[in-house]
Structures are given as structure tokens and as C-alpha cells.
Design a protein around this ligand. Structure first.
Ligand SMILES: C[S@@+](CC[C@H](N)C(=O)[O-])C[C@H]1O[C@@H](n2cnc3c(N)ncnc32)[C@H](O)[C@@H]1O
Length: 285
């Protein structure tokens, strides 16, 4: 079968399977499995797809219809223009987290500065790795409670050539981060789903992203309470911290920030207009 006919066939299957974005998913799977670019998809409609290739992709299509996200089918997800390995033990990076990367880069006026970054709850390592790619003299410490997630993050750091500038620490938030370490920038996209809301998450999320990456405790704010509590001891003078948060959490978070003797600098919305990233600084406003 030709590429063009095969794409049409699986697009129809995905559509009939009630997949929300059938064209995009069909293209993403075919491109990844056949090692093709967007340009190839347009330029090579007559490319012959072998029956072996078709069988593998048909299995992917079945998984997709059963609710498995494309990132978990392919074991990779693009973030900040870079491919990240993802596994069952890691959250698949989300586009809205790129807002956090942009916010940090706005704060760092001199990109050649030698900064120290701490990322709490690193998952695939997408946040510190994207930042290290942009900031050539910066070093990062990346923390996760999950050893399995840290293994994936280490692999991603190697794949993107930043392994010499990043240290991984298995830790319950700040617990195993050496006391004397101070940071210019702290970043975190912690789990922020309120426990009672977990069961109503889409099945793609609740069945395929690890619970440790989702569950933010009774009100979804538990990780922030723990992290904010220690922030003043961990940020350098003049340092800023950047947190992703969920819809409707802004006011509670700003209250928590004031209680922790740090100050909100700004809140940045995502592309859908939902408040998404909170930037905090030390000391008085
Ligand atoms: C929402 S995910 C974010 C992953 C990644 N930073 C991203 O933006 O795609 C939250 C991460 O926090 C980690 N985590 C959960 N509880 C933790 C804890 N107590 N200490 C450290 N990391 C924790 C999870 O394992 C998960 O990797």
C-alpha cells in the first residue's frame, strides 16, 4: 500500500475509534515508525509501505483507540523542539510547560551567565534539559522521588549532550538536596491534581501518566506548601522561582507564597488563556 493510501486508512480507523485528533495522530505515528519528516509525508505519497510496517502501525492504531497516548505508544514526546524519551514512569511533557521555559528565559537577561538551576519533580528532565540547551554556562540539579523517572531523565540528558552540566538527586523535594546548595533559579511542575479529582481525569492521563506525577494531595496544593516552606533558604539573593500550576489554583498559591515570605512577581497564562505559571522572588516587592 502507498503512504498516502495507508495514512488515509489509519486516519479513518482513528476517526471511527473516536480519537480526537485522527489526522495528527496518524501522521505522528507514521512519521516516527517510518523515520519520515513532515516534508516526506507531502513529497512521497507513493512510497510503498511494507506489510511488516503496516502491521506494526496497525498495532499502534489499536493501542491509540484503546486510549493510549501517542507519546506512550512511541516512547517519545517533543518538548521545546527536542525529543524526550518517555516511559510508564514519567509524565509525558505537556506544551503548556514550555510557558515556564519562556518565563525563565525572560528572567535570564544574560544567557552566558553561569547560573545554578534546581528543578523539583523533574520527570523526563524536560525542564532543566531545555534550559541547559539555551543557557550554555548554566548547571542544573534535577530532583525526583522516582528512581525510574531519574533513569529516563539521565538518558535524555545524555541524548541532548548536557549530561556534564546536570546532577540528578533522588529526593523527596528538598530532603536530599545538600543544605549548603543555593540556586539562582528554582523550577517545578509538581503534581497538582486534587486527590478527589483524579478519578475524573481523561483515561489517557489517569491510565498512562504515573499517579506520582499527578496526585497533589487533598487540595492539589500539598507539594507547593512543602516547597514554598523551604524556598527562602534555597534561593540565592535575587533568585527567582517558577512554578506551573493548575486551573483555578492561582489565588490559593499567591496566598501560600505570601505566607512563605517570598513574593509573587507575575502570573503567566498559557496559550488557552489559563493562568499557568507563577514567578516568585525572594524578599520584599
Ligand atoms: C507533573 S510531573 C512533572 C514532570 C516534568 N517536570 C514535566 O514537567 O514534564 C511531577 C513530577 O514530580 C515527581 N514527584 C512527585 N512527588 C515528589 C516528591 N515528593 N519529591 C520529588 N519529586 C516528586 C513525580 O515523580 C513527577 O516526575
Amino acid at each position: 500500500m502507498t503512504l498516502s493510501d495507508f495514512l488515509q486508512t489509519i486516519r479513518t480507523e482513528l476517526e471511527q475509534g473516536n480519537v480526537e485528533t485522527p489526522s495528527l495522530d496518524a501522521r505522528t505515528i507514521v512519521k516516527a515508525r517510518l523515520g519520515l519528516s513532515d516534508a516526506d509525508i507531502i513529497a512521497k505519497p507513493d512510497l510503498e509501505i511494507s506489510s511488516k510496517q503496516q502491521k506494526q502501525i496497525e498495532r499502534d492504531v489499536k493501542d491509540r483507540i484503546a486510549g493510549k497516548p501517542v507519546s506512550k505508544i512511541l516512547g517519545q514526546k517533543e518538548f521545546w523542539g527536542l525529543d524526550f524519551k518517555v516511559t510508564a514512569e514519567t509524565l509525558s511533557p505537556r506544551p503548556e510547560t514550555e510557558i515556564l521555559i519562556e518565563a525563565v528565559l525572560d528572567f535570564v537577561t544574560d544567557k552566558d551567565q553561569p547560573l545554578n538551576i534546581l528543578d523539583l519533580g523533574t520527570g523526563t528532565g524536560c525542564i532543566p534539559i531545555a534550559l541547559l540547551k539555551e543557557l550554555p554556562n548554566t548547571r542544573a540539579v534535577a530532583v525526583d522521588l522516582s528512581e525510574a523517572a531519574l533513569d529516563v531523565a539521565r538518558e535524555n540528558a545524555r541524548a541532548h549532550g548536557v549530561e556534564d552540566r546536570i546532577e540528578f538527586i533522588q529526593s523527596d523535594w528538598f530532603e536530599n538536596v545538600p543544605e549548603q546548595m543555593r540556586f539562582d533559579v528554582v523550577t517545578s511542575n509538581p503534581p497538582y491534581i486534587a486527590n478527589p479529582d483524579l478519578k475524573s481525569l481523561p483515561k489517557e492521563v489517569k491510565n498512562h501518566d504515573p499517579i506520582l506525577s499527578l496526585d497533589g494531595g487533598a487540595d492539589g496544593l500539598e507539594p507547593y506548601k512543602i516547597i514554598f516552606d523551604q524556598l527562602t533558604h534555597r534561593l540565592k539573593e535575587g533568585g527567582h522561582a517558577f512554578f506551573e500550576f493548575g486551573s483555578g489554583q492561582r489565588e490559593s498559591l499567591e496566598r501560600l507564597v505570601r505566607d512563605s515570605h517570598t513574593n509573587p512577581v507575575r502570573v503567566i497564562p498559557d496559550l488557552a488563556g489559563i493562568d499557568r505559571v507563577l514567578e516568585i522572588k525572594m524578599g520584599k516587592r
